[in-house]
Structures are given as C-alpha cells and as structure tokens.
Design a protein around this ligand. Structure first.
Ligand code: FAD
Length: 359
C-alpha cells in the first residue's frame, strides 16, 4: 500500500471529471487497510472511499485522501437444496458477480445485470433496476469503522434500505468502509418480468423475452433481456461520460399524480421503497398516499430530452440521465442540473432531488 500525492482522478470517475486528490491510496486487502489506518495521513485528512466512480460527481479537487476499495474474492458461506449464501468482497465488479450467479442458475441478481460499479457500493444506494432490488437478496455486510478501526456486521434492518438510499448515504456517510457483502440466492428461481416502459422508449422485459427466447423463460433469459434493453436505452460510460440517472424519481401525493396524469396520460408511477412496476389500482399501491413518479417522463415533457447547454446535456433516450462531452467541469454539471431543477419546480411545483453523490 502506497500513499500517492496529487493524484489525478479523471480515469476513476465515469463522468471523467478532471480533478486531483491531495492523497490517494488503493487497498486490496484488509492488511493494507490496517496499514493505511495507522498512517497519520489517513488519520489527519478528510477521506473519500471510491468504488468504480459511477455514481459520484467531483465538483473540485479533493483536499484529502481518496481511498480506492479494490478487495477481491467471493465464497459460498452456506448452501442447501434451496438457497446459497454468497459472500463477495467490495472491490468485485458488480456485473461480473451477477454473471457468475446467473451462470450457476442461482436466482436473485438477474434483473440487476449491467449496472456499473462495485459490490461494495451496491448497499450504499441500494441499487435497483428493472424490477430487481439489491435489498431483496441482501443478508448482511461487514464494514470497517474508519474512526475506531473496528469491524461491524450490519444486518438488513440496520442498513435502513430505501429508494436509492441506506444508512451509509445518510447517518453513517463516510464513517464505514464496506468490506464484503452477503447475499442469499435461490436455486429454484421465480422470474421477475414486471418491468415495462411506455412512451418514447417503449419496451418491456416480456416483449424482449419473446424476441430472444422461448418459454418457459429462465433467469438467463431475463439477464439477457435486461442487458439488451439497457444497451439500447442507456449510454455506455466508456464512450459517453455519465453516472446514469442523475436525478431521483420524485415522491408525490396520489392527488398530485392524478393531476399530472391529466397533462401526461401515460405517466407511470411506482411504489415508494421497492422498485416494482404496478399501476395505481394495484393492491400494493391502492392504500398508499404517496407514489414515486416517472420523473424522466416529466422532464421530457419540459423538452429536456437530448437538450444540451455547452458541455453538458440530457441523454436523448432517458431524461433522468445527464451526459457530458468529456470536457465539462464538475461545476458546469452542477449549474446545468440547477437549471433543470428550476424548470421542473417552476412548471410542476415539485422539488427535483439528485441521486448522484456530490464530492
Ligand atoms: C450508465 C449507468 C447506469 C446506471 N444504472 C443504475 C441502475 O440501473 N440502478 C442503480 O441503482 N444505479 C445505477 N447506476 C449508478 C451506479 O452504477 C451505482 O450506484 C453503483 O452502485 C455505483 O458503484 P461504484 O462502485 O461506481 O460507486 P462509486 O461511484 O465509486 O461510489 C458511490 C458511493 O458509494 C460509496 N462507496 C463506494 N464503495 C464503497 C465501500 N466499499 N464502502 C463504503 N462506501 C463506498 C462512495 O463513497 C460513494 O458515496 C448507473 C450508473 C451508470 C454510469
């Protein structure tokens, strides 16, 4: 483990923002973490823990130590005829882990295929996509307290998972390094195919399955369907600088949703905490006073789809996604987002929240 000075971070964040960290270290083992922990530079400086850099926006040079978490490894902790308890280290690539489990026909991660980033970041914002939620398979995690050096086990309840949210994004932000995660997968999986989208980028898992396979469909088909849809709809961060969804879907009252639906009849809504695809009449939503609304569709209504100001723009297939031409600074992205937020508030009277972590 080596602490480097004035380290450029442009290749370590998918927005490609060109900033430096005053100090930088990469840790591949727990021993290296202990070594780092005992170093005065670590003790005395502001810290930021980095995975794949696919959900962060550096707004300026980082005046502290950036620690890249690169611990690798996975192992089976428990296995019976029905389930497998798998432990993966935080530096593992998320999509590679999904592929590994799908190849074994262990169900639970297939809808979360092709999400960039690392295993250690998955609990931080409780990643979710296409009807799959990380919290559905999560069992526990081990995390290193950066003040005391002690390792703590967090169970599901303690993580306080929510929509793109957990205790690690709020109360315990920056207090723990997640070392490894345990997930429970099933050997006789039931497939989740509820995802659909109407409007400009009309698609659904069911339609995609029909195109690529024949029933009875399995998790490998769902995995491939999700990858195909994502490749069509989302920018590839290796080619187009982005962090995926920059904004969150807004949480609004049922009445507000019904009012907006008069303007945008195909406007979709979802339950608050879990990502499932239901309509307002579904039992899961029937008694809810609040819903999450498809904010990308509302931004599209305001003309933001594919719109650029200088070096920053909105993706032309998904209006929650901010992209750049690779020349943007962090503050240009922030200013662009502020303009979008203002137009959303002025038009709909709703505060637009961001998903990305500003550093
Ligand atoms: C094209 C694209 C599509 C995307 N699609 C989705 C999607 O469908 N669903 C979704 O939920 N997200 C999506 N994302 C966002 C992103 O991929 C996820 O949030 C991912 O989990 C971030 O992982 P990362 O390793 O890159 O985290 P980073 O960006 O490096 O870090 C994110 C946050 O987690 C913290 N963190 C990272 N690792 C650790 C650790 N080991 N211990 C403690 N804290 C840590 C960081 O400090 C930071 O606050 C997408 C991003 C892109 C670019």
């Amino acid at each position: 483990m080596q602490i480097q000075k004035n380290y450029n971070l442009s290749k370590l964040n998918t927005f490609g923002i060109n900033v430096d960290a005053k100090f930088f270290a990469e840790i591949e083992t727990e021993e290296e973490l202990r070594e780092l922990f005992s170093d005065p530079i670590f003790k005395e400086n502001k810290k930021f823990f980095l995975g794949g850099g696919s959900n962060i926006l550096f707004t300026k040079d980082f005046d502290g130590i950036v620690v890249k978490i690169s611990m690798l490894g996975k192992k089976i902790i428990e296995e019976n005829e029905k389930t497998v308890l798998l432990e993966a280290s935080s530096g593992e690539n998320w999509h590679d882990l999904v592929t590994y489990t799908v190849d074994k026909n262990w169900g639970g991660l297939e809808n979360l295929a092709f999400i960039p980033g690392t295993v250690g970041a998955a609990p931080v914002q409780n990643i979710a996509a296409y009807g799959g939620n990380f919290s559905d398979v999560f069992e526990s995690l081990l995390a290193f307290n950066v003040d005391t050096g002690k390792i703590k086990k967090f169970n599901k309840e303690e993580c306080k998972f929510g929509y793109r949210d957990s205790i690690f994004k709020k109360e315990l932000k920056g207090k723990y390094i997640i070392l490894s995660v345990r997930i429970r997968l099933v050997k006789n999986p039931r497939i989740e195919t509820s995802y659909y989208q109407i409007g400009i980028a009309r698609d659904s898992i069911k339609d995609e399955l029909q195109k690529i396979s024949k029933p009875p469909y399995g998790i490998k088909d769902v995995y491939q369907a999700v990858i195909n849809i994502r490749q069509r709809k989302l920018p590839d961060p290796a080619k187009i600088p982005t962090v995926g969804s920059f904004f969150l879907n807004s949480i609004i009252s049922r009445e507000k949703y019904q009012e907006l639906k008069k303007q945008v009849p195909e406007l979709q809504c979802y339950p608050l905490d879990q990502l499932h695809y239901k309509n307002l009449e579904d039992p899961e939503l029937q008694n809810e006073n609040f819903v999450k609304v498809a904010t990308g569709r509302l931004l599209q209504e305001l003309g933001w789809l594919g719109k650029w100001i200088g070096n920053v723009g909105v993706h032309d297939r998904h209006a929650l996604i901010v992209v750049t031409n690779g020349k943007a600074t962090g503050s240009e992205v922030v200013n662009f987002a502020e303009i979008i937020k203002k137009s959303y508030y002025d038009h709909f009277g709703i505060k637009l929240e961001t998903e990305v972590n500003f550093i």
